[in-house]
Design a protein around this ligand. Structure first.
Ligand SMILES: [Cu+2]
Length: 361
């Protein structure tokens, strides 16, 4: 049976045509936290609702075109929001809080502008590190499709396979309109999303043991952030790669381009998993729900240059670049998102009320 036939069958059940947007009260505190689940623990209707809602964002017209002239769709908006601030939100302590805020804005768009009724799923890559190709996340019907078409891999990642456009599933025909970050790459918009699977770091960085080590060995937010995000050292790539970087390079293709990796729907599942591990670290001590520290300027890295980075330390008042509280023109501050159950409550040290009300299962 073809994918479209199967999805058409569940379309009515998940309310594709008739669902009113799921609006959530913006006021109040977090009395009943929503639950974000691992992809394989979601039911068929939840999966179908998610996949079709993502496709809805890929079709809806851009709202940020004046800011991002290449953007044609809402999906392009989210690629652009990330691309525009990539040097400012990677290899810096705000990495975890910025991406948490970004996921919140994305999840809100899925629920309010499309017809998504549940919560962002995550991909626990540990469950697939030794049998990647069999992952339910990569299913070609109730998943995100598998590797890129086989063109001998990505030459920048020796040992990778695939390398071409997503070869199966609903996103095989996805087209995005945001150019690659590499200025020497000709603009071929609209273009497909590529993948180039690379397994060499899976055993080292994606296992439950690696996650537990990262959590146990990080006493401060600054240490934990650097360990989970990871650092790039071309002389010894595996040394400090970290779960976040390893997950990106394991999928490869668009996912290995730090600027436009958000074009692959797997970005959001991988980053929800990164956010889950951040949440797990916070669960260890209640003070960690509002702990931030570290210098705002980026760690030395061979990938990105933030011209004239600010001096000073990362604080709860620091604004998450480019991200507004959904439905407003108010910039999201770090202290609004460090606590996943902090909705409607000010941090102990004072400041704007929290936005979030969720946990992971
Ligand atoms: Cu990112």
């Amino acid at each position: 049976m073809k994918l479209s036939t199967i999805l058409a069958g569940v379309t009515t059940a998940v309310g594709f045509a008739s669902a009113a947007p799921v609006l959530e009260a913006r006021s109040g505190t977090c009395t009943n936290p929503a639950v974000r689940k691992e992809w394989r623990n979601m039911g068929v209707l939840e999966k179908a609702n998610y996949l079709l809602s993502v496709q809805c964002l890929m079709i809806k017209p851009s709202k940020l075109k004046s800011q991002f002239p290449n953007a044609k769709t809402r999906w392009d908006d989210f690629i652009s929001l990330h691309k525009d601030v990539t040097p400012q939100v990677h290899f810096v302590p705000q990495f975890l809080t910025w991406h948490r805020a970004f996921l919140h804005v994305f999840e809100t768009a899925l629920r309010e502008e499309c017809f998504y009724k549940y919560r962002l799923p995550y991909w626990n890559m540990d469950l697939d590190h030794d049998n990647w190709l069999a992952s339910p996340v990569l299913d070609s019907i109730l998943g995100f499709g598998s590797n890129g078409e086989e063109i001998g891999g990505d030459p920048n990642f020796p040992g990778s396979t695939g390398g071409g456009c997503i070869s199966s599933g609903l996103f095989k025909y996805t087209r995005v309109n945001i150019p690659y970050s590499d200025a020497t790459t000709p603009l071929r918009a609209p273009r497909c999303v590529k993948r180039a699977f690379l397994g060499i770091n899976n055993d080292l960085w994606l296992t439950e043991q690696a996650v537990q080590n990262t959590i146990a060995n990080s006493a401060t937010y600054e240490e934990f952030e650097a360990a989970l995000e990871g650092d790039i050292n071309f002389a010894d790539l595996s040394a400090k790669l970290g779960l976040h970087n390893a997950g990106h390079s394991s999928v490869g293709g668009d996912m290995s381009d730090m600027f436009i990796s958000t074009g692959d729907p797997l970005f959001y599942l991988h980053h929800a998993n990164v956010d889950r591990i951040y949440w797990l670290w916070q669960q260890q001590q209640s003070s960690r729900h509002y702990e931030v520290n570290g210098a705002l300027a980026p760690r030395p890295n061979p990938m990105l240059i933030w011209p004239n980075p600010p001096s000073g330390d990362f604080t709860l008042a620091y604004e998450m670049l480019g991200l507004m509280v959904p439905g407003t023109n108010t910039p999201i501050q770090a202290g609004m998102v460090t606590n996943t159950k902090g909705k409607g409550v000010s941090p102990p040290s004072g400041g704007a009320n929290g936005l979030l009300c969720y946990q992971y299962a």
